[in-house]
Write a protein that binds this ligand. Sequence first.
Ligand code: AMP
Ligand code: GLY
Length: 423
Amino acid sequence: MKILVVGGGGREHALVWKIGQSPLVDTVYCAPGNPGIAELAECVHIPADDIDGLLDFAKAEQIDLTVVGPEVPLTMGIVDRFQDAGLEIFGPNQAAAQIEGSKSFSKDLMAKYDIPTAAYRTFSDRDAAVDYIEKQGAPIVVKANGLAAGKGVVVATTKAQAIEAVDSIMLDAVFGEAGSSVVIEEFMAGEEASFFAFTDGTNILPLASSQDHKPAFDNDEGPNTGGMGAYSPAPVVTDTLTTEIVETIVKPTIRGMAQDGCPYVGILYVGLMIADGKPRVVEFNARFGDPEAQPLLVRMKSDVVPVLQACARGELTISELEWHDKAAVCVVMASGGYPASYEKGLPISGLDEAGAMEDVVVFHAGTSFQDGQVVNTGGRVLGVTGLGTTVADAIARAYQAVDKISWPKVHFRTDIGKKALNR
Ligand code: AMP
Ligand code: GLY
């Protein structure tokens, strides 16, 4: 069969890497892809948000299954458009993608179905939001209601900081339309983890545990990013906790969405805060995590293609996934300055040497070809992923590979996976 992967980041490189190993697949296309993906798939120059272009391509090439990586095409309704054209596609439709695209949608869903999360209020009036902050006090969390590329959240330690956040989101409109209303939320203490489940709208198939590292610097300091590294399995998610997450969060969410006439199909990303052994939802996303997809897909032993196809067809009967025993750790190598501004076009050395190492996969994210060289073009540039018998071995492996790669001003965290070792 022919598969089209939509997107061009590290997550999509990992999807292409895994999908290409399936005996069911003849050709993998990726739009737009990146230089790493180009080694495994045929890249087509169509941006991930050009739905008309993607649809024309899929029809012309008679694509059997399209797999959507990022949230933007999902919230734009790519799934509805493909289905209307009779094409098979993996991901939630526009209505269901609101679970990520609208914070108030997902908070209201959680309130309605008793899914554990932080207490919240939604405001479209700046003064009412400020009044609420004055009454609640700090710490408190302010979120732009719409999509803001993972940057629309301020965890405020003082009331003044929270009010400043409301003003920049609502008055200065730093996230545009996404900030026309805000969600103000109780601060939750604890340890974060990511949990994923495939679903066909009714049945669910949970994945192995994983953990992201959102802050830019070691010891979880500095501004939040899209994710500076991830590993799997994550010991903070014990077997007991997994059962609780599935029963109290994943199942009621999928059941609730179906009951509300907006069944969720695809992979559900549950961002969790775990305190005293109890999980609460920080956020839902309508897609695979980036960089969590990298260690998870490297560890996945089962063929992912029948799973993606079964979800898209509403026939998910597979009840368990098989995983390699090894642990996987992905260290993100970023452009110096990210998540703020950074210099682009800097040549990257050592890619071949690192990529040739055993138990190492170098996933590309923000790279491109320039004058025959691979250069950085995005904030997150590479996801260097190592496998090992234990998390400690996988960390060592990943950093041995990181040491071989360099470019001017490269930045990476040196403590990815350390939380697992502390347990
Ligand atoms: P979100 O985009 O909603 O995932 O938020 C980004 C990050 O902000 C999360 O990964 C958490 O680190 C933090 N965060 C969001 N909501 C809360 C909350 N209610 N309490 C504590 N931290 C939060
Ligand atoms: N790793 C965070 C995200 O994919 O949103």
